[in-house]
Design a protein around this ligand. Structure first.
Ligand SMILES: Cc1cc2nc3c(=O)[nH]c(=O)nc-3n(C[C@H](O)[C@H](O)[C@H](O)COP(=O)(O)OP(=O)(O)OC[C@H]3O[C@@H](n4cnc5c(N)ncnc54)[C@H](O)[C@@H]3O)c2cc1C
Length: 390
């Protein structure tokens, strides 16, 4: 069968773009299909946090650092705004302090570069961190801030100009069969097809997704207007609730006690999956979130009580010159209960690749590099699905 291209990618979010870039760097001819005129999924709705500090120690953490290097390369080559701001986890309760103390002690052995700060050292790094009640913070220098709206808009053009990737925006892929891809009234023939359709896991290959255990997860987000006078937040800020959210902190013996206290004292945070983080983009806007609601709990209409809980918590940890909220939105991603990356090969050389851990901005470049090295070497998805389990 004569090929139109070596590789067809379905989806113009970060997973599709990362796979298109890796394939093109392997010398492959690539076409990328995005059903909308511009990507509108999870990849333009997130914080823009590249977050190695939260990733499971070992292979996954190492891949997040590889992704970080790719973002820095892209910032230079594609002219993206990036801030290597690092992050602070603020401890305001003794059980939160216990977890970050334990993590800081374990960090060198686990491969993390971070250290414990006193309250005075914390406010020296972060102008906005509230001093009242602050017991200390975990400082990590490895986190980046990118602007997802800018990055996802610019990357397709970069791939087209630098690598000749063919862009087919506004073309939904309706069927894939044995290397043939139906989109935009044409049938394309590709040597390898990579489905990166994000939270739309029911249209193409519904049986594989139904068997996968993947669920939908909805997050509510907010942003302020640009802060006055060029005020800068400094590092990304996270509160004590975030220690319960990311897998890296599971190594800490005090974590179960912290979780127990949070469940007892603030059941609504647990009910809505709330943990509170803040980042600041290049425009000076502070992006604030988030919550986690699953499947049947997901409504098209946002819950004002979730925003109120997030903002109440934020007020205790952060003082902004202008806290007025000017934007509210939600995003949905595909979530697997244990795997940060879901891989399947429903047909020979047709792969489903889904960032199912809520960390696609952090992980996608590292995963794509790894997948393409393996696919080019003849290793299939099924082998990797096991090795990628959280
Ligand atoms: C609110 C929020 C905050 C987050 N914050 C962070 C963060 O700070 N850091 C981080 O690392 N991760 C974060 N995440 C997770 C991250 O955004 C996701 O893991 C990532 O964006 C998923 O990328 P994706 O390409 O799989 O999906 P998407 O961005 O949703 O892209 C999928 C694309 O496929 C297209 N598509 C689907 N079906 C077809 C078809 N049949 N034909 C053609 N096109 C199709 C869709 O139109 C869509 O554009 C956050 C997620 C959310 C929702």
């Amino acid at each position: 069968m004569a090929r139109d291209v070596d590789v067809a990618i379905i989806g113009g979010g970060i997973v599709g773009l990362a796979n298109a870039w890796s394939a093109a760097r392997q010398g492959r001819s690539v076409v990328l299909f995005e059903r909308e005129n511009r990507a509108e999924g999870a990849s333009v709705r997130n914080f823009g946090m590249v977050w190695p500090i939260g990733q499971t120690a070992g292979e996954i953490h190492r891949r997040s650092l590889r992704s970080r290097e790719r973002w820095l390369e892209l910032a230079e080559r594609a002219g993206l705004w990036v801030n290597p701001c690092g992050s602070l986890h603020l401890a305001r309760r003794p059980d939160e302090l216990a977890v970050i103390e334990e993590f800081a002690a374990l960090a060198p052995a686990l491969g993390f570069e971070c250290r414990l700060l006193t309250p005075a050292e914390t406010v020296a790094k972060s102008l906005g961190a509230r001093t009242a009640g602050l017991l200390g913070a975990l400082w990590s220098p490895t986190e980046l801030c990118i602007d997802p709206r800018e990055a996802i808009a610019k990357l397709p053009g970069f791939l087209a100009e630098e690598y000749g990737v063919q862009l087919r925006f506004g073309e939904a892929v309706t069927r894939i069969d044995d290397g043939r891809v139906w989109a935009g009234g044409k049938t394309w023939r590709a040597g390898r097809v990579v489905v990166c359709s994000g939270a739309d896991f029911r249209t193409l290959f519904p049986e594989e997704f139904a068997a996968s255990g993947i669920r939908k997860c909805k997050l509510q987000m907010m942003r302020t207007s640009p802060q006055p006078g060029g005020w800068r937040l400094g590092p990304h800020l996270a509160g004590g609730l975030t220690l319960c959210h990311y897998t890296s902190f599971q190594e800490c013996p005090s974590l179960p006690a912290l979780r127990d206290r949070v469940s007892r004292e603030t059941p609504d945070f647990v009910k809505y999956g709330i943990h509170v983080m803040a980042s600041q983009n290049g425009l000076g806007e502070v992006v604030i979130g988030d919550s986690h609601e699953y499947d049947e709990a997901i409504s098209p209409f946002d819950k004002p009580e979730i925003d109120r809980l997030i903002l109440d918590y934020l007020r205790d940890m952060l003082e902004l010159p202008d806290p007025t909220i000017v934007g509210r939105w939600h995003g949905v991603y595909a979530k697997h209960p244990t795997q940060p990356l879901f891989l399947a090969e429903p047909q020979p050389n047709t792969h489903i690749v889904s960032a199912t851990g809520g960390t696609g901005m952090t992980m996608s470049f590292g995963w794509a590099d790894d997948l393409w090295e393996r696919w080019e070497a003849g290793v299939t998805n099924q082998t990797r699905a096991v090795a990628c389990q959280a």
